[in-house]
Design a protein around this ligand. Structure first.
Ligand SMILES: Cc1cc2nc3c(=O)[nH]c(=O)nc-3n(C[C@H](O)[C@H](O)[C@H](O)COP(=O)(O)OP(=O)(O)OC[C@H]3O[C@@H](n4cnc5c(N)ncnc54)[C@H](O)[C@@H]3O)c2cc1C
Length: 506
């Protein structure tokens, strides 16, 4: 027997909780949030590696409608963000809507019944609207290295850290030098016996401006939420200004490079090590990471920087690209996530029965990163071209919350049974994205990055001002969507319900 909800949301990170808040605010109660983990919080529940911290200031990396005056630091550590999301869940009254430990394994649109049929580890659901809030950094990625399965020691991915495993005195290989490794390496370096840090590409490291938030500041934010709002606005504007370099005038990134170079020179004295730590692409082309602890950690006596790719794993050792073998007890993969191949696209089938992944043919595209023709009543959070290199993803999520709420309201307040983005609107939007991408640092910066899909297109980054993304999401364009009643074979195009829906939505 299947259960039914008008809206099924998959995932309980910022996206799922943000949409839940908005639906409750609209007095819309018939929805569930299905979460495969035992707890809510998304990446902030799952990433428990030492030193896990957001790298966007906390005042901006939180919901605008739920400011938190209690942040301990200008950049919050993972447990505080996880606790913040717990508090949001309770405060917004979402607990009764949540089902944890439920893995959504597949979903297919039933055109005859105008419903989504959803398969889960806990049985079947049907829904009028299906929302994927599974997150872009949800599926850890392991490199395709020969021998990985043969290793006899401990293997873990940074996103699935085993806090019960004692690293004390161990010989450890850490693979990858992205944002996660840069955070945990300084935290484990004094505990492990020996640490080999494998670096295929040197990252750009900026000086970090983090500091504790004082008791007096917290008291002020509690007393006067407007003061915290002003801080948030300041952070937003300073981040947004960076887009000038990232997307409008990549030459401006040379100024950023100057700051990063000085940081490196002030922290790394040895010219050979400094050369090995110098990136060979324009700053911003890959994610920039702030850290004051990364370079000092790499210079500890028990650390060896291996500026090479990992070539092979053997039973008790790792082998670098030059064939040098090093015995280790543990391997930590900080090798990122499946990003450009959009998680969940391999599980959702649209009107024709085609998987979204096959529909995309390797190059994901969507209208506002949320909707795809042929996939009625289906919306994605943080779908294609919604990622940022310079600001808070929570800002993008809030914009999409507004858009998806509009769409659900349009369906709910009319007799329409299906809402689907117009092909021409979808295509026009993506032409604009492609044109904007062409002049950005992600295209011109001379790097390969996880932002690119298998066809080489940047399917990850939103290349424009974030306030424009917000405006396009918040202002509902009724002509962007077609509302219909009944199966496509019965009803052609716009029905009387559509006119009503358009009028209401406007
Ligand atoms: C370590 C780390 C640090 C980050 N730091 C920053 C930062 O500083 N600034 C920033 O802007 N962004 C940062 N991000 C990006 C982050 O992904 C977004 O900011 C944001 O948290 C995404 O929220 P979400 O709710 O969309 O997805 P997630 O937080 O990923 O939540 C998705 C949820 O969906 C669940 N799920 C997935 N598949 C299924 C399924 N099939 N069935 C049921 N449930 C499912 C998952 O278990 C998870 O709980 C970071 C990401 C990571 C991993």
């Amino acid at each position: 027997m299947s259960r039914h909800a008008q809206v099924v949301i998959i995932g309980s990170g910022f996206s799922g909780i943000g949409l839940g808040y908005s639906l409750k605010k609209e007095r819309f109660e018939d929805f569930v949030i299905l979460e495969r983990s035992a707890d809510v919080g998304g990446v902030w529940n799952l990433n428990t590696y030492p030193g896990c911290t957001c790298d966007v200031p906390s005042h901006l990396y939180s919901f605008s409608f739920a400011p938190n005056p209690e942040w301990s630091s200008t950049y919050s550590p993972q447990p505080e963000i996880r606790d913040y999301l717990h508090t949001c869940l309770e405060r917004f009254g979402l607990r009764p809507h949540l089902r944890t430990g439920v893995d959504v394994t597949g979903a297919a649109w039933n055109e005859a019944d105008q419903l989504w049929e959803i398969e889960t580890s806990d049985g079947r659901w049907t829904a009028n609207v299906l929302v994927s809030a599974v997150g872009p950094l949800t599926e850890p990625k392991l490199p395709d290295v020969p021998g990985i399965g043969r290793f006899r020691g401990k293997v873990m991915h940074s996103a699935r850290w085993d806090n019960d495993y004692d690293l004390a005195g161990k010989r450890v290989a850490s693979i990858g030098t992205g944002a996660s490794a840069i955070q945990y390496v300084p935290r484990i370096v004094d505990r492990v016996g020996e640490l080999f840090v494998f670096q295929r590409t040197a990252p750009w490291i900026m000086p970090h401006d983090k500091r504790p938030i004082t008791d007096a500041e917290r008291a002020r934010f509690r007393r006067n939420p407007a003061a915290q709002k002003r801080e948030r606005d300041k952070v937003y504007l300073s981040k947004e200004a960076l887009l000038l370099g990232f997307a409008k005038q990549p030459k401006l990134m040379k100024l950023v490079e100057g700051l990063a170079r000085k940081h490196r020179e002030s922290q790394v004295a040895d010219p050979a090590l400094r050369a090995a730590l110098t990136p060979d692409y324009l700053v911003g082309c890959k994610r920039i990471v702030p850290s004051n602890e990364w370079y000092p950690a790499l210079q500890k006596p028990n650390v060896t920087l291996v500026p090479k790719a990992l070539r092979e794993v053997r039973e008790n050792s790792v082998v670098d690209a030059d064939g040098v073998e090093r015995e280790v007890d543990a391997i930590i993969f900080a090798t990122g996530f499946h990003v450009a191949d959009i998680p969940f696209a391999d599980r959702v089938r649209g009107r024709s029965g085609e998987l979204l992944q096959d529909h995309w043919k390797g190059s994901p595209r969507a209208y506002l990163g949320a909707s795809v023709p042929g996939f009625p009543n289906f919306f994605m959070f943080l779908g294609p071209n919604t990622g940022l290199g310079h600001s808070s993803m929570v800002y993008m999520i809030e914009a999409q919350v507004a858009h998806i709420t509009h769409a659900i309201r349009a369906l709910d307040t009319t007799g329409a049974t299906a809402i689907e983005v117009e092909q021409s609107v979808h295509d026009g939007y993506n032409r604009r994205i492609d044109a904007k991408l062409a002049t950005t640092v992600w295209e011109l910066g001379g790097c390969t990055s996880f932002y690119r899909d298998v066809n080489g297109r940047n399917a990850s980054i939103y290349p424009d001002w974030t306030f424009r993304f917000r405006r396009d999401n918040v202002k509902w364009r009724a002509d962007a969507y077609r509302l219909t009643t009944g199966p496509a074979s019965v009803t052609e195009g716009v029905t009387p319900a559509v006119a009503a829906a358009s009028a209401i939505a406007r």
